[in-house]
Design a protein around this ligand. Structure first.
Ligand SMILES: Cc1ncc(COP(=O)(O)O)c(C=O)c1O
Length: 368
């Protein structure tokens, strides 16, 4: 963020229109255009987007929702918010994304939807998933995937509904924030109402209306998951930077790839032909059977060198709440557990300069 985002906040502050309004609407239009979808609806974050996506598809108590076992906890939580059960599926260790071959065995008469996660900005194998998903509804967890593409189709238009995040760890940010995308007009209308208490009119429409005594109708049990116009104004500026952010990250991801290509205990992320990685994160896999140090020892060593790293994400079935509630064991999803223990995200962002990337690469190469 910089001066332009700062200046963009003037309009909502001085106009006095702070909640979802014209800035959000303009941000949505541009997001939809860039992601080639008919509708984009801004919300307060990606977690609320996931909740609304499942609610709009009618997911409820007794239903099951398939989710990868290696993802941020919010993907699975969204199913629980609807009273449904998240059913975990192991991942493909090569991509860190849901393994389509393992989906088949998890589908039951109760399965309503599947949430493929485009983890770290790499789209899940959507063709393979569609071929095994049958009539299941598909909600893309595209939290990390603004600007990513699968077979040259942007994320967000690859399923029934797409859910994006604008948390500061993502490529474009509004502090907190999220976006729903869909090509289905009816779903868009439902999502629009659900994010605004279930109201049939937006705040803006209501205030512009000719009859001051008319309040909207409330047909649905809705929520207040709106984005503020302050965030919308920042989002409008950020979204224009998305392409250059991704290009920059792509350039330095290629640099990391070359820098680590000779290290046999380190697996670099790869991008299948036809896909465009969104590079929310650059996540390595440390093969501890061959590495001189464990993943954790490497992370500590890098921390001492002033380099921040993190595990890619977590095996959700092993988080205490999920263990207690569902009684799952690590070996139920071995690839997710392996990724939890041995993945390592290294710095890749747009404030880093050439010397920063060279320094990170040098320090990692020195371990070899
Ligand atoms: C894969 C995934 N899904 C969902 C979320 C939740 O996004 P938010 O923080 O915007 O609620 C995140 C956030 O990190 C994520 O990485």
């Amino acid at each position: 963020m910089g001066q332009e985002e700062w200046e963009a906040c003037r309009e909502p502050i001085f106009s006095g229109w702070m909640t979802q309004g014209p800035q959000v609407a303009a941000f949505e239009r541009r997001f939809a255009e860039l992601h080639q979808v008919r509708h984009a609806l801004a919300v307060s974050n990606c977690t609320t987007a996931l909740h609304l996506a499942l609610a709009a598809l009618g997911v409820g108590p007794g239903d099951e929702v398939l989710v990868p076992a290696f993802t941020w906890v919010a993907t699975a939580n969204a199913a629980l918010y609807c009273g449904a059960k998240p059913v975990f599926v192991d991942i493909d260790p090569g991509s860190f994304n849901i393994d389509p071959d393992q989906v088949v065995g998890k589908i039951t008469g109760r399965t309503r939807a599947i949430i493929p996660v485009h983890l770290f900005g790499l789209c899940a194998d959507m063709d393979a998933l569609r071929s095994v998903a049958g009539g299941l509804r598909i909600v893309e967890d595209a939290a990390c995937a603004s600007g990513a593409r699968y077979q040259n189709v942007p994320a967000g238009g690859l399923g029934d509904i797409g859910c994006f995040s604008f948390h500061p760890r993502k490529s474009v940010t509004t502090g907190e924030g999220g976006m729903l995308t869909t090509n289905d007009d009816q779903l868009a209308e439902t999502l629009n109402q659900l994010r605004n208490h279930g109201a049939s009119l937006s705040e803006e429409q209501r205030h512009k209306g000719p009859k001051p005594y008319i309040l909207p109708e409330f047909d649905l049990l809705g929520y207040n998951y709106r984005m503020t116009d302050l965030q919308g104004a920042v989002g409008r500026v950020q979204i224009e930077k998305l392409e250059s952010f991704i290009d920059y990250r792509n350039h330095w991801a290629a640099f990391y790839h070359d820098a680590f290509s000779g290290i046999e205990w380190l697996r670099t992320p790869s991008t299948p032909a036809g896909s465009r990685h969104g590079w929310q994160s650059y996540v390595l896999f440390v093969d501890e059977a061959r590495s001189p140090l464990t993943r954790n020892a490497i992370m500590e060593y890098l921390q001492d060198k002033g380099i921040a790293t993190r595990p890619g994400t977590h095996a959700v079935h092993m988080l205490r709440y999920y263990r207690r509630t569902f009684g799952l064991q690590p070996e139920d999803f071995p690839n997710a557990c392996l990724a939890d223990r041995q993945s390592m995200s290294i710095p890749l962002h747009n404030r880093m300069e050439a010397e920063d990337f060279h320094y990170v690469a040098e320090c990692i190469r020195a371990i070899a």
